[in-house]
Design a protein around this ligand. Structure first.
Ligand SMILES: Cc1cc2nc3c(=O)[nH]c(=O)nc-3n(C[C@H](O)[C@H](O)[C@H](O)COP(=O)(O)O)c2cc1C
Length: 205
């Protein structure tokens, strides 16, 4: 019924808009999205956007379904200790997971295999199963600790994709900057996107 299944975890770094834009784009491309939202991500969301999601996963699920006009079951939201969720096991987790935005705290937990909540466990599963794991950290400047974690994770096969948009497409609006990052994530996921003109391609936009 769906073309693909992707896990998207939202953590408490600045840039929640990247995650919302990514979920919207995935829904449009008929991808089923498994969503997890950390407590801090909710705080960032209400700070940076006009959205405030309800507390319970089931209520968050219907709020996101409405927000993105998703099909029934297209968006599934899992709570932080929902250990029986498919993302918690290599036998049923999706082939791809994106942590966007990825807090430095979450980066550290993934790099050390903490697995203290479902986001960390799902990322741990992605690493152990050698699945696609895309991390979109946002902090500036990066400390040696952050850089060490990123180096360790990239060596394990994760893709570190910092939320640092380019400016060579002459962005006019904040959405242009958001789209830049989301387009790169979609490219890595193998999901079609026409948000941003490709380097050297005059046929798009
Ligand atoms: C408005 C706001 C913005 C934040 N921005 C960042 C950030 O850009 N990068 C970061 O690593 N942490 C940032 N934090 C701090 C994290 O939210 C905090 O370390 C939290 O414990 C991360 O938890 P999580 O990984 O479970 O989401 C921010 C917090 C708030 C409230």
């Amino acid at each position: 019924m769906f073309n693909k299944r992707v896990t998207v975890a939202l953590t408490g770094a600045s840039g929640i808009q990247y995650a919302l834009c990514l979920i919207e784009a995935l829904v449009k491309e008929n991808v089923q999205v498994f969503v997890m939202i950390s407590k801090a991500a909710h705080v960032v969301m209400s700070t940076e956007t006009d959205y405030k999601l309800p507390g319970q996963a089931a209520a968050q699920e219907s709020a996101l379904q409405d927000m993105f006009s998703a099909k029934p079951d297209q968006i599934k939201v899992f709570g932080k200790e929902q250990w029986f969720a498919p993302v918690a096991s290599g036998s049923s987790s999706p082939a791809s997971m994106v942590v966007v935005p990825c807090s430095t705290g979450c980066l550290s937990a993934i790099a050390t295999g903490a697995s203290n909540n479902l986001i960390e466990r799902a990322a741990d599963v992605a690493l152990k199963e050698r699945r696609q794991l895309i991390l979109v950290p946002r902090e500036t400047p990066y400390s040696e600790i952050h850089l060490e974690h990123m180096l360790k994770l990239t060596r394990m096969g994760a893709v570190i994709m910092p939320a640092s948009p380019g400016f060579y497409h002459k962005p006019q609006y904040i959405d242009d900057l958001i789209n830049f990052i989301v387009a790169r994530i979609l490219d890595h996921l193998g999901v079609q996107q026409k948000m941003v003109k490709r380097w050297g391609d005059s046929t798009l936009k």
